[in-house]
Write a protein that binds this ligand. Sequence first.
Ligand SMILES: NC(=O)c1ccc[n+]([C@@H]2O[C@H](COP(=O)([O-])OP(=O)(O)OC[C@H]3O[C@@H](n4cnc5c(N)ncnc54)[C@H](OP(=O)(O)O)[C@@H]3O)[C@@H](O)[C@H]2O)c1
Length: 305
Amino acid sequence: MRAVVLTTYGGPEHLAVSDVPEPGAPEPDGVLVRTAAAAVNPVDLQTRAGLHRGHSAVGPPMVLGWDVSGTVTAVGTEVTRFRVGDRVVAMSAQMATGRGTYAEAVALPEDLVAPAPASVPLTEAAGLPLAGLTARQALDLLALPPGASLLVTGAVGAVGGLAAQLARLRGLTVAAQVRSAADAERARALGAERVLVGADPADLPSGAFDGLLETAGLPGAVAAVRDDGRAVSIVPTRVPAAERGIRPVVSYVEQDGTGLAVLSGLVDRGDLTLRTAKALGFEEAGEAHRLLAAGGVRGKLLLLP
Ligand SMILES: NC(=O)c1ccc[n+]([C@@H]2O[C@H](COP(=O)([O-])OP(=O)(O)OC[C@H]3O[C@@H](n4cnc5c(N)ncnc54)[C@H](OP(=O)(O)O)[C@@H]3O)[C@@H](O)[C@H]2O)c1
């Protein structure tokens, strides 16, 4: 089968479409998924550049990619929740397992997999798993009560945009920090009651919010949290320092088919909107990495086999 293989750590030019062995028959608890789309995430760029080599179980040559949408083509003998022909989505922790999704087919344990939302094209559904699970798990860790105020930084990014919507559904009052005025309307459409425009966290109001979900790598944004408030960062290299009774913690996304099924349901109920920036072919994986690295992408970049 065809897959996008990282031949050696380095720049986007090291991504090449190659023939790799098809996954064999699924494990007893596994499913085989024929890929409709893989989505591109910052972790793919970081892995490509070698930034995770110290804690990765796999290295080049390897297939990148954590997000997949597709159709089940085979199921293991113990699989109960899926059948051949089902439309599904999954997040695969590529760096831990080597199961990359930039491939025509991916074999995955059934408990990572969830029904794809029926209300959006299967390709677009690939934008849900990693960003959606990250947003959901970070909000779980924040554990703010309904009615609390939450500041989401990078609120029109992939995780930030889903987090703003999910936070609103949890009854939180959402303020969105965005880079420019052009993003303000986008943030309001994602459920933000208040939009704070400006790339410098020093311009945020001091002590104004009960909680912070930091997705933009802006540790200074913690100053916008009230004394004894809560802060969760998803950017492990730029975690705010503790101050004024606020002890910021990092949320690391975990594979979770059950949580992903909840997110699919929210999409189908019209409560969660997915945004796609652009779909490219596997041959354009390097270009997709360049686009994401350049910034300004609004919505997910998808790779189609
Ligand atoms: N811990 C985990 O498990 C986990 C999981 C997922 C992601 N992450 C990390 O979380 C971060 C966000 O991921 P993502 O997928 O949401 O990336 P993304 O789609 O690129 O979103 C990041 C957003 O932050 C914005 N931003 C950057 N600097 C800003 C500033 N000074 N002011 C306002 N906005 C700013 C970006 O805007 P521009 O495009 O204009 O720069 C972009 O909209 C990445 O660092 C990623 O590696 C961690």
